[in-house]
Design a protein around this ligand. Structure first.
Ligand SMILES: [Zn+2]
Length: 424
């Protein structure tokens, strides 16, 4: 038997153990926010990796912060040589379950039914963690040698930006160019799809300041809410058609997200709606916008465009003072066409499923931004079991056959990237 055939046989033999491990992971509700039970989940993963021969470390963010402790797992399995190093990364945090009534299974019960495992995190992305851990373990049990090393990290806070998770691993030197050659992030993008990056995001807050006045004599004040309404209308009229016309060459899924976009995500002015109202013209209005931009759009242009719209509004009405505050800016990223991970995962998909891999990009950002920008590792893709459209929704689940097949894809990719020469 070839190394690949022996690995596949080992994966089939490990199926129940892998599923049981995933059940245990889903039953720890690592809900973010606020970041519950991270340490318990990290220890469970670290213990398993330790029993599989890895050197395990727990990595905490350097700066103290409020809330539950942030604990990441970093584990390394040494092969014949120090390099090349293949790093699998998955996040342990999950979004809240939401309305229990919308679920047909207990959100953290990890029930097995209809050939699937049901629960929050079942796909996004504890299935990916289980798959990468058992892919490499199957190679070990099959007696397949590695010429380099495999690392696995399980990190926190991806859903809230990943700053205490993958960003810390990069900043503390665990994941960086010069020691890390290849990175596969096990997000649930579909068993036959390779994800090569994401669009950019610019969150910003616009504040309009006018003058308060009595609601019965509004002409004596200067209404900031009405000014903001005119600014929002200007965005609808002038910016949105321009953004809709810009299309990226990246294969973003769903295709509707191949255009640039802007969304008004929050709007506040005047008195809180839950208190008795008094007649006051609001002197301040704050709006938060979510601008998604394309790899073809320089971020400086994206910001300047907003500045021009604000300046036009200021010229139209001199009684309002405007300010813009940046909340977050993440640059888009795209894996190079000749990147080894991209080819290795695509070839593995072809071999496991007998059809070509789909190459996709994500409309929203994920931890690839940190791997590329902070770690300097450009050979990075995302691949993992689970259906992207089910993420964050009620009745999240992963099909067990998908879990097993994704494990096989990851094992083949590992062989191609850090296996013994000539294997498989
Ligand atoms: Zn995720």
């Amino acid at each position: 038997m070839t190394a690949a055939e022996r690995a596949f046989a080992a994966i089939d033999g490990l199926r129940d153990e892998c599923v049981a491990f995933l059940v245990d992971l889903v039953r720890i509700p690592t809900v973010n926010p606020p970041g519950e039970r991270y340490e318990e989940c990290a220890r469970m993963i670290g213990d398993r990796l330790g029993s599989f021969g890895y050197a395990v470390e727990y990595v905490r963010p350097r700066a103290a912060r409020d809330g539950p402790p942030r604990v990441n797992v970093f584990a390394r399995l040494q092969g014949a040589g120090v390099r090349p190093t293949l790093h699998f990364n998955g996040h342990i945090d999950v979004v809240p379950a939401g309305d229990r009534g919308a679920w047909s299974h207990e959100p953290f019960g990890a029930e097995l039914a209809d050939g699937a495992l049901w629960g929050r995190g079942g796909a996004d992305q504890k299935a990916g963690l289980a798959a990468s851990i058992y892919a490499v373990e199957a190679l070990r049990r099959a007696g397949v040698g590695l010429r380099g090393a495999v690392e696995q990290s399980a990190t926190v806070d991806e859903e809230s930006g990943g700053f205490a998770g993958v960003a810390e691993l990069c900043d503390q030197g665990y994941l960086r160019a010069g020691r890390t050659d290849h990175v596969i992030i096990t997000e649930p993008l579909g068993v036959d799809r390779v994800c090569i990056g994401h669009r950019g995001v610019y969150w910003f807050e616009v504040t309009a300041r006018g003058q308060a006045g009595h609601g019965s004599m509004p002409e004596l004040g200067h209404n900031a809410a009405e000014a903001m309404a005119r600014f929002i209308a200007r965005i609808e009229r002038e910016l949105k058609p321009r953004l809709a016309a810009r299309r990226t060459a990246m294969p973003v899924e769903p295709p509707a997200s191949r255009s640039a976009s802007i969304s008004l995500n929050a709007l506040h002015a005047g008195q809180r709606p839950d208190v008795e109202q008094t007649p006051v013209v609001p002197d301040t209005c704050v709006a938060t916008f979510d601008r998604r931009f394309l790899i073809e759009e320089p971020s400086a242009t994206v910001r300047a465009e907003i500045g021009e719209l604000v300046a036009a509004e200021a010229t139209a009405d001199g009684g309002i003072r405007w300010s813009v505050r940046d909340l977050m800016l993440v640059e888009p990223t795209e894996t190079p066409a000749d990147a080894p991970t991209r080819r290795a995962v695509a070839d593995a998909i072809q071999r496991v499923f007998g059809r070509p891999a789909a190459i996709v990009a994500s409309p929203g950002t994920y931890d690839q931004k940190h791997v590329v920008r902070r770690g300097g590792v450009t050979d990075c893709v995302a691949y993992g079991p689970g259906i992207l459209e089910l993420a964050h929704r009620p009745d999240e689940h992963v099909r067990l056959d998908d879990l097993v097949n994704a494990t096989k894809v990851m094992a083949l990719a590992t062989l191609a990237l850090v296996g013994e020469p000539g294997v498989p």
